[in-house]
Design a protein around this ligand. Structure first.
Ligand code: ADP
Ligand code: 5GP
Length: 205
């Protein structure tokens, strides 16, 4: 069986609950979150290197030029991108790395790593999405409006993903993702090497 960890791409409209689900998932130590770089301003309580690497636009452009990013995209007027080095390190160490990224970035990852698992998180309804964004109280009304408009554009892309999770309950949503990852690890295609070793066994019996 392959010892490499999996790459799990989690997308979905802003406010659907991706961050909250990730927090639940990483209680299990096999999962790690890929910390993205962004030009967005930190929200209250967000810490450098834990929630994001906060960059100026110039710094972000330097990362692009230096080919330090696996993917990047502009989302509602800010740049967001995944640093390459951390992903490679995690996968080599057998960790399942979660990339919590929007749809354009997910498409770039799919082109590079088609074997990654693509999961789309949706809210139970758009009214609930709005309630969650308003209730989170981290964005201005204008930004919430932009994010809700963008949500519809993102929802069109659900078929690009392997799985859809309706986040009506955090614990259940995280549990479904753990089960998906478990099933993916048991796919026959991951057992080629293990079976070959058995077939080459020349026991002394
Ligand atoms: P995202 O990371 O997708 O933008 P968040 O994880 O920040 O979304 O969640 C948006 C808001 O909705 C947060 O205030 C969070 O506490 C709340 N939330 C997330 N999941 C649920 C859920 N299943 N039921 C009720 N509220 C939720
Ligand atoms: P937020 O500002 O709410 O933290 O994130 C806004 C959107 O950017 C979310 O959909 C989030 O998943 C996405 N995002 C966060 N990091 C990255 C990244 O590294 N790359 C891409 N493409 N999107 C990201």
């Amino acid at each position: 069986m392959l010892k490499e960890g999996l790459k799990i791409v989690l997308s979905g409209p802003s406010g659907s609950g991706k961050g909250t689900i990730v927090k639940e998932l990483i209680k299990n130590e096999t999962f790690v979150l890929s910390v993205s770089a962004t030009t967005r301003m930190p929200r209250q309580g967000e810490e450098e290197g834990i929630h994001y690497f906060f960059k100026t636009k110039d710094e972000f452009c330097e990362m692009i030029k230096g080919e330090q990013l696996l993917e990047y995209a502009v989302f509602c007027d800010n740049y967001y991108g995944t640093p390459k080095s951390f992903i490679d390190e995690c996968v080599e160490n057998g960790k399942d790395v979660i990339l919590e990224i929007e749809v354009q970035g997910a498409a770039q990852v799919k082109a590079i790593y088609p074997e990654a698992i693509f999961i789309f998180v949706i809210p139970p309804s758009l009214a609930e999405l709005q309630n969650r964004l308003v209730g989170r109280n981290t964005e201005t009304g204008d930004v919430i409006k932009k994010r809700l408009e963008r949500a519809k554009e993102e929802l069109y892309l659900y078929k690009e993903y392997d799985y859809v999770i309706i986040n009506d309950n955090i614990v259940r949503a995280a549990d479904y993702i753990e089960k998906i990852v478990c099933a993916e690890k048991l796919k026959s295609s991951r057992f080629e090497q293990a079976i070959e070793t058995m077939l080459n066994y020349q026991g002394g019996y």
